[in-house]
Design a protein around this ligand. Structure first.
Ligand code: NAD
Length: 541
């Protein structure tokens, strides 16, 4: 602490720009997109403030045009990872000792750089590298990351203000120390905001970080790193490494200074990391914090009393925006029989109207899925559904990877509520629907609760308050983010803290104080003003 109790700016959510035809933001982002499309980017490793290139480079391509090269990123050797660990631990000495208002200043500055001069560039990188439409990019790589940075600063000061009682004879102080060691941040492809938040939330609390972005998010990762550097993050505090994920992880988890992992990605990868940490437990100086937000099989359940048009709109947006590649995207639906025909008509009409193609053409609502492995997996499930006797495809069902990884948004209807695509996370624009009898509400809720290993997001639609109350109760543990009469996607930092339990994660709620608590190790300091000088208590006579 410096020389005052400083208030930080009150965090407010960044307004979403419209990008309507004729708007200046639309013109600017399209111009930036074109410039970036027609030039090439180099993404070196970033270790202790040094850009490192290697012999081992990989081409970066837009998923919607995979033959086009946007540039290259470089892959690390084991020696690079060891160097990153060593220099991060060294950098910790100054960073952990830095008064908090300096850390706050750096990350608040990063937020304003994104809100202003870097907005178009970060959005265009997200459109190009992850195939997001401008609206999907804006709510992610502009608004959500800005919100994370602003709100986390405010949450940090709220945590620091939480202090124990003191008496007149002693002063009790809680110091919120960073973890002793370094934090490993591993980020997924699907949100630029998550890629930015996982390293910065830990760094804000005074930790040094080794960040491994997804190889399918390299372009926007590079822009984020440029922003962190310009905002003033000192050398060695946030290091970025890419390459063989298993090698990087094994090297990091073998270090005695490893003190925590901040992960978002798929369930199996996280379980593997947890297992390795367990195997190495005798190596570490301190018990590592393990934070992971993982997969989902998110649901919408619609009661017979609900409005079919509202349910259909929640499906069209909640299952198919960003090609269903949001961890919160609806991928299984349960619809009451008496409203099914209407819901079906509205959804199929919506899907017919979806335009698909490059995000550069702003008429498109749907673009490509992230990479060939994802495309091939989705195509396989679609083909299986075509051949299955207990499933029927009522919309979509076609795919084409000649130019980009395009899968037409697909709806499967099944008579088997445990049909494979009702249970397995596909992470793409494929939704499966089960139609239930009107009088089977309670049984259906138990079915929803018991069908999947995940518990991330879920939505219930009902105009009947008794039916709603039953759903809220029976589905208590089926979702960490639960929506009433709304789609299950679109959580906003500071409003709906995000995360789930069961196989969906440790539920440490990104975008809230709860997450920041994981990156600190409090020290209790009691200062006694007049120390006793006789061991005898009065009862001893
Ligand atoms: P992924 O698991 O394939 O990759 C995530 C990260 O883990 C990447 O950086 C990847 O390189 C790394 N990785 C892969 N293998 C590894 C290994 N052996 N050791 C260490 N790291 C390894 O996930 P993805 O395809 O990038 O993202 C989609 C998944 O993420 C989905 O399952 C989705 O549900 C989940 N997700 C969850 C949330 C949430 O908040 N719960 C948010 C976003 C994404």
């Amino acid at each position: 602490m410096g020389k005052g109790f400083y208030d930080v700016p009150i965090a407010v959510n960044e307004p979403i720009l419209s990008y309507a035809p004729g708007s200046p933001e639309r013109e600017e982002v399209l111009k930036t997109y074109k410039e970036m499309y027609n030039s090439t980017v180099e993404v070196p490793l970033f270790i202790n403030g040094r850009e490192v290139t290697t012999e081992n480079k990989v081409t970066i391509s837009p998923p919607h045009e995979h033959k086009h090269s946007l540039g290259v990123y470089y892959q690390a050797s084991q020696q690079h990872i060891e160097e990153a660990i060593e220099t991060a631990v060294e950098a910790r000495k100054n960073w952990a000792a830095m008064p908090w208002e300096n850390r706050a200043g750096i990350f608040l500055r990063a937020a304003e750089l994104i809100a202003g001069p870097y907005r178009a560039r970060l959005n265009a990188a997200t459109m190009l590298g992850q195939s997001k439409t401008i609206h999907q990019a804006e709510i992610d790589s502009a608004c959500e990351i800005i919100d994370f940075l602003r709100f986390n600063v405010q949450f940090m000061t709220e945590i620091y203000a939480e202090q124990p009682e003191s008496t007149s004879g002693a002063w009790n102080r809680l110091e919120y120390r960073p973890l002793e060691g370094f934090v490993y941040a591993i980020t997924p492809f699907n949100f630029t905001a998550i890629a930015g938040n996982l390293p910065t939330s830990a760094a804000l609390m005074g930790n040094v970080v080794i960040w491994k972005p997804s190889h399918s998010q390299m372009y926007s990762a590079k822009v984020l790193l440029d922003i962190f550097r310009e905002a003033g993050v000192p050398d060695g505090v946030i290091n970025m490494v890419m390459g063989n994920a298993a090698m990087i992880t094994d090297t990091i988890l073998a270090s005695p200074d490893f003190s925590g992992v901040h992960f978002t990605g798929s369930t199996d990868v996280f379980k593997g990391i947890w297992q390795k940490i367990g195997n190495n437990i005798h190596t570490y100086k301190t018990y590592p914090r393990i934070v992971g937000e993982t997969g989902g099989k998110d649901f919408i359940v619609a009661h017979k009393s609900s409005d079919p048009k509202q349910v259909a709109t929640a499906i069209s947006r909640g299952a198919f925006e960003f090609q269903g590649q949001k961890c919160s995207a609806a991928s299984r639906c349960y619809i009451s029989k008496s409203i099914w025909d209407d819901v079906k008509n509205f959804v199929t009409e919506d899907l017919k109207s979806f335009k698909m193609g490059s995000p550069e053409d702003m008429d498109n609502f749907i673009t490509a899925v992230i990479h060939e492995a994802s495309f091939d997996k989705l195509a396989r499930y679609i083909d299986e559904a075509k051949a299955a006797s207990n499933a029927e495809i009522i919309a979509g069902g076609t795919y084409d990877k000649s130019e980009g990884y395009f899968i037409r948004p697909t709806v499967i209807v099944t008579e088997d509520p445990k049909y494979t695509t009702m249970c397995t996370e596909l992470f793409g624009p494929v939704l499966t629907i089960y139609v239930f009898e009107d009088d089977a509400w309670e049984d259906t809720l138990h079915l929803v609760d018991g069908t999947s290993e995940y518990a991330l997001t879920g939505a219930v639609f009902s105009e009947d308050r008794y039916a709603l109350e039953k759903a809220v109760r029976i589905l208590e543990n089926a979702a960490g983010n639960f929506y009433i009469n709304d789609k299950p996607t679109g959580a906003v930092v500071g409003q709906q803290p995000f995360g789930g339990a069961r196989a969906s994660g440790t539920n440490d709620k990104a975008g809230s104080k709860l997450n920041l608590y994981r990156w600190i190790s409090p020290r209790m300091v009691k200062e006694t003003f007049v120390s006793p000088v006789d061991y005898r208590y009065p009862f001893l006579g």
